[in-house]
Design a protein. Structure first.
Length: 276
């Protein structure tokens, strides 16, 4: 009786998870399939998910009539630079707050992570004035510089580093290693789950950022994917096939990155002690 009840609970849980997964993925599946439909098939009543004829006309239009490949390169460039620099600064900051002892260490750390409580909209106008006065308006630097350091990234790496035994530091110091060597040779190799998790967070945030490119970028050739996709809705009277194709191109890299690193991502979340 107990085994039967346990089996029933497992089956019920799996069925419930399958139903929730279908509900969550249905909009993405509809978006991808719609991007291959003709305009006539998109507006058929009642709506149909599958049709007889599919085409790449929407994708062909995007890459022939718009510099969509350039938009992808711009987004990838900003994302990669921010990810690399933020991983570096977060690792250095987390290591310093974990292993070094100095005055006002805890108050400084609390003050630093309190930056996470400040909404981005509060600093929007001062940042715009600052970058404009520095002559960086209409460049990619306003998209890169604010993301070089992150209070969340430093907090996350510190949480992971606190779980590494200090005996490894002591053994490395006996062997003649300096703090930088310890970080490079011991801490970073052991921190691959945390670094991968943080990299996914950074990639998702920078790749999907819409507000900053909209404010700081004016030249069309310097725009990112999110702004380019919004142009499809405003400039071309909402051609749903084009819009769905643009959204598919914009969303797929994020989904692929997460699916490829899913196991490491979950492990990194568990090891850093972050609550989902």
């Amino acid at each position: 009786m107990i085994q039967k009840k346990k089996w029933y609970q497992q089956v019920s849980t799996q069925v419930l998870l399958i139903i929730i997964s279908i509900i969550m993925f249905l909009p993405f599946i509809w978006m991808i399939i719609t991007s291959f439909k003709d305009e006539a098939d998109i507006f058929t009543m009642p709506p149909r998910l599958f049709v007889i004829r599919y085409s790449f006309d929407s994708y062909r239009w995007l890459f022939q009539r718009m510099p969509f490949f350039q938009y992808m390169l711009n987004t990838a460039k900003v994302t990669v630079i921010v990810a690399v620099l933020q991983l570096l600064t977060s690792s250095l900051g987390g290591y310093a707050f974990t292993r070094f002892e100095f005055k006002l260490k805890e108050p400084l750390f609390l003050l630093y992570i309190s930056a996470m409580m400040i909404p981005a909209f509060v600093t929007l106008v001062p940042s715009f004035i600052l970058f404009r006065n520095l002559g960086l308006y209409d460049t990619h630097w306003p998209l890169i510089l604010p993301g070089i350091s992150s209070a969340f990234g430093t907090f996350m790496m510190r949480q992971f580093f606190t779980g590494i035994p200090k005996e490894l530091d002591e053994a490395a110091l006996i062997d003649g290693c300096n703090p930088l060597t310890i970080l490079l040779k011991i801490y970073l190799p052991l921190s691959k789950p945390a670094l991968t998790t943080l990299a996914i967070f950074i990639f998702n945030g920078v790749w999907n950022d819409y507000l900053a490119p909209l404010i700081y970028i004016v030249t069309p050739s310097k725009m990112t994917l999110t702004v380019a996709v919004s142009m499809l809705q405003m400039s071309y009277a909402t051609s749903w096939g084009l819009l769905m194709a643009g959204l598919t191109i914009s969303v797929l890299p994020v989904l692929v990155a997460f699916l490829c690193a899913q196991d490491v991502f979950v492990k990194g979340i568990a090891l850093t002690g972050i609550k989902a």
